[in-house]
Design a protein. Structure first.
Length: 207
């Protein structure tokens, strides 16, 4: 994260600083549709496709890297989608300070950075605190979906989610075979699948 970027993409892209208090989703999106989060949305392939396919749902991408987040927001802006937005900043902070309890119907976390070096592991998105935050923001009956190509990290994610008192395990989705070259859930899903990597998928329901 660097200095705040220009506001040319407003309201498709804004930073945490532009959202100083708990978000009122109805005001933020201008409607009362359910809200889903794409945490660590990267350049926003999932966000874009979901926003287009489900106009009845609002999608918010959270992305630490402003360049990537702005790239995703630019695609949403080009199509003038009313139900897709990106916030630049740290997802932990956003969930902790800006999201009302049980106000989100789904949280998607796809291909979170694995931080391979042991001394960097504390930078991982998933830890006990993050799962507590998911438990706080996801509504009862809502869902968390998480995919990764890193078997060891999937073990950590499932360990945290499966043993959390507020979540129950749902059947893991099976990634479908792509119908064309861009038919993947996310950019990382595409890149790692073409590299020959496996994908580990998990789905949990907030009790
Ligand atoms: C490996 S990429 C995956 C991007 C996308 N989900 C995909 O599957 O193509 C992980 C993304 O998470 C973002 N990220 C990492 N930590 C984050 C945090 N604390 N808050 C928001 N985004 C974060 C990174 O900047 C990066 O864009």
């Amino acid at each position: 994260m660097t200095a705040d970027p220009p506001s040319d993409l407003f309201p498709y892209f804004r930073t945490l600083n532009d959202v100083p208090a708990t978000v009122n989703w109805a005001e933020f999106f201008g409607n009362t549709q359910p809200v889903e989060l794409d945490i660590g949305c990267g350049r926003g392939l999932f966000l874009f496709n979901s926003t287009e396919a489900h106009p009845e749902t609002n999608f918010l991408g959270l992305e630490l890297d402003y360049t990537e987040g702005r790239r995703g927001a630019r695609r949403l802006q080009k199509r003038e989608f009313p139900n897709g937005r990106v916030i630049g900043g740290d997802a932990h902070e956003f969930l902790r300070t800006r999201v009302a309890a049980h106000s989100v119907s789904r949280a998607h976390v796809y291909f979170p950075d694995p931080w391979w070096k042991r001394r960097h592991r504390k930078r991982r998105l998933y830890n006990e605190h993050f799962v507590d935050l998911l438990s706080k923001v996801v509504m009862h009956g809502g869902e968390v979906h998480s995919w990764t190509d890193v078997e060891e990290y999937f073990g950590v994610i499932s360990g945290l989610m499966n043993h959390h008192a507020d979540f129950e395990v749902l059947p893991a989705p099976v990634p479908k075979a792509p119908a064309h070259d861009m038919d993947y859930l996310t950019s990382f899903h595409r890149r790692r699948t073409l590299d020959g990597a496996n994908t580990y998928t998990g789905c949990w329901r907030r009790k």
